[in-house]
Design a protein around this ligand. Structure first.
Ligand code: SF4
Length: 187
């Protein structure tokens, strides 16, 4: 017996930016179109080292399906990605590797710290564990939990989308951003 087909009737279309619409045309400013594109096509690079990585896999799978928010295209090369998603415990030995991966990403780039370990070191208050990845790279979104549920990660991605939409096109040239990078010794 075939399964009945169910349609999602609660779809929310992407918010149309401000502009001028008429029959068969719509015009707006360049920055609004770029913001819309960036926001809805984030390409994450999963840097998963332990249990939070499993929760991340669940978020990508069919039940939660991060693809609904335009972020299903995972990349495993920093050159192609714009969101570094750090999920798991980062040891001090691994710190320089994480920083190198971040530096290899092109601008604009954002960072999500997923879970207590990535945010603060979590329960591992020991000599060998980095007490939060923001000691070596700037973080845009912190997702709490040990591990966070997929809903928590999705909420973090939605918060990041808000941030991306409100940013200037040339993030790199923003004085506040430059100051932040300088504080991490990044050019
Ligand atoms: S926050 Fe908890 S679940 Fe996530 S990596 Fe650390 S110990 Fe594992």
């Amino acid at each position: 017996m075939s399964r009945p087909v169910q349609y999602n009737t609660n779809l929310k279309p992407a918010v149309i930016p401000e502009g001028y619409a008429g029959e068969g045309y719509f015009s707006t400013t360049f920055d609004k179109i770029v913001e819309l594109g960036r926001k809805n096509s984030l390409w994450p690079l999963p840097f998963a080292t332990s249990c939070c990585g499993i929760e991340f896999m669940a978020t990508m799978a069919s039940h939660y399906d991060l693809g609904r928010f335009g972020a299903e295209r995972l990349g495993f090369t920093p050159r192609q990605c714009d969101v570094l998603l750090v999920a798991g415990t980062i040891s001090k030995k691994l710190g320089p590797v994480l920083r190198q991966v971040y530096l290899q990403m092109a601008e604009p780039r954002w960072v999500i710290a997923m879970g207590a370990c990535a945010c603060t070191g979590g329960i591992f208050d020991s000599y060998s564990v980095l007490q939060g990845i923001d000691q070596i790279i700037p973080v845009d979104i912190y997702v709490p939990g040990c591990p966070p549920r997929p809903e928590g990660l999705i909420d973090g991605v939605l918060k990041l989308q808000e941030l991306v939409q409100g940013e200037s096109l040339r993030r790199r040239n923003n004085p506040v951003y430059q100051q932040l990078m300088e504080s991490y010794g990044i050019q």
